[in-house]
Design a protein around this ligand. Structure first.
Ligand code: AMP
Ligand code: ZN
Length: 113
């Protein structure tokens, strides 16, 4: 989508600190981190949120959790632990309407989500 900020990151039109990438997914550091380590995982294909997961290819749907876990391992979080979250819609305060998974870690996280 031409006006989507995360599609522009996929296309290299705006900069991002990419930490992991395959043909189907990109992981990059959140510009406004909510934890010492805060990385976003997005599919290369534009889908608005988790509610549109069915629009992804079977390969992408299969790869998604594996890619998220690989990214956390690359970040050195696999032993200490991490949280994975995604937001859909207004009540969840979704701000960017391109599916993304937040990986949060690097410290003891809050008890509440
Ligand atoms: P959400 O509320 O789940 O839609 O989260 C959107 C996230 O995208 C927020 O944590 C923002 O800090 C992050 N974000 C917005 N623009 C950028 C950007 N250009 N590069 C990296 N992260 C971004
Ligand atoms: Zn997009």
């Amino acid at each position: 989508m031409s006006d989507c900020i995360f599609c522009k990151i996929v296309g290299g039109e705006i900069p991002a600190e990419v930490v992991h990438r395959t043909d189907r997914f990109v992981a990059f550091r959140d510009i406004s981190p909510k934890a010492p380590i805060h990385v976003l995982v997005i599919p290369v294909q534009h889908v608005a949120s988790i509610t549109e997961s069915a629009a992804l290819s079977a390969e992408a749907r299969q790869e998604m959790p594996v890619f998220i876990a690989e990214t956390a391992t690359i970040l050195g979080l696999d032993n200490s632990g991490y949280r994975v979250a995604t937001n859909h819609g207004d009540d969840a305060r979704q701000a960017v309407h391109h599916m993304h998974w937040h990986i949060l870690g690097g410290d003891l996280l809050s008890e509440s989500m």
